[in-house]
Design a binder for this molecule. Structure first.
Ligand code: ADP
Ligand code: MG
Length: 256
């Protein structure tokens, strides 16, 4: 039987919590580990696209954009294009518009080992499309005080979707991001999140590290920019956990 790639959606309706940085770097380390990875940029802000490829794109996945190579080995990108904001309005008004991404990803799931979808900071049409296409959900949580409130809104949205749709989605994990090393506040948030979600939380915690931002500004992922900086080492550890959680520890299933 044909093996279909898991669809990992990285979502949190808060902005600036490390979604895009997480998508880019988990994808890059998975690519380095020999997986054939597809990043789908599902955010009109196109940050994941510009972090992986310097081209300005016209089309997005909803208007037929095809995978393009990126600066990261083993990683292809279906970019966010200039049309995505218009596509969002069209989908919001169309019957079945929230299932468009699930449909578009079907063919790609045969040709890749892993699909990673970035989301905008809201819970409207585009993230809903992603959640309905997802097999796994990863939630980056910034290590700060109100982090858990946003998470409960997201999980309530997922429960709401379950009432009307057959979701395939599992909570793959919560990843703590931008933790200031040695900060009592960050440690307190980590302890609280682990108390609530136990094994649902990745062991790896991503530290605040300027290199994460610098790499993106050069359109490179961390393994290509500074593979030994603290954020890179943490994303490497998180990728190992991710591949285990997804059952992707065997060699790539897809011919090169
Ligand atoms: P989101 O996609 O949730 O809006 P981003 O990944 O774009 O979040 O991160 C927000 C900002 O913080 C970006 O400028 C990014 O480069 C920076 N950033 C992300 N992760 C880190 C980190 N671990 N340390 C320092 N800065 C980071
Ligand atoms: Mg983003």
């Amino acid at each position: 039987m044909e093996r279909l790639a898991p669809v990992l959606v990285v979502s949190n309706q808060k902005g600036g919590v490390g979604k895009t940085t997480t998508v880019v770097n988990l994808a890059a380390f998975a690519g380095l580990a020999g997986k054939k990875v597809l990043v789908v940029d599902n955010d009109p802000q196109a940050n994941a696209s510009s972090a992986l490829n310097k081209t300005a794109f016209e089309h997005s996945i909803y208007s037929g954009a095809e995978p393009v190579p990126t600066s990261a080995d083993g990683v292809h990108l279906v970019p966010s294009g200039a049309d995505l904001a218009d596509q969002e309005r069209r989908l919001a008004g169309a019957v079945g518009g929230s299932l468009a991404l699930r449909d578009r990803l079907k063919a790609h799931r045969v040709h890749f080992d892993l699909i990673v979808v970035d989301c905008p900071p809201n819970l409207t049409c585009l993230p809903t499309n992603a959640l309905l296409a997802a097999t796994h959900l990863l939630v980056p949580l910034q290590s700060e005080y109100f982090a858990l409130e946003g998470l409960s809104q997201l999980l309530a949205h997922v429960d709401g979707l379950r009432q009307d749709h057959e979701l395939q989605l599992n909570l793959c994990g919560i990843l703590l991001t931008m933790a200031t090393p040695g900060s009592p506040l960050a440690q307190g948030v980590e302890a609280e999140v682990r108390r609530h979600f136990g094994q649902g939380v990745f062991d790896a915690v991503i530290p605040r590290d300027e290199m994460a931002a610098v790499a993106s500004s050069h359109a490179r992922a961390l393994p290509d920019h500074d593979p030994l900086c603290p954020a890179a080492l943490a994303y490497l550890a998180a990728t190992r956990e991710l591949l285990t959680r997804l059952g992707l520890t065997t060699p790539s299933q897809v011919p090169a």
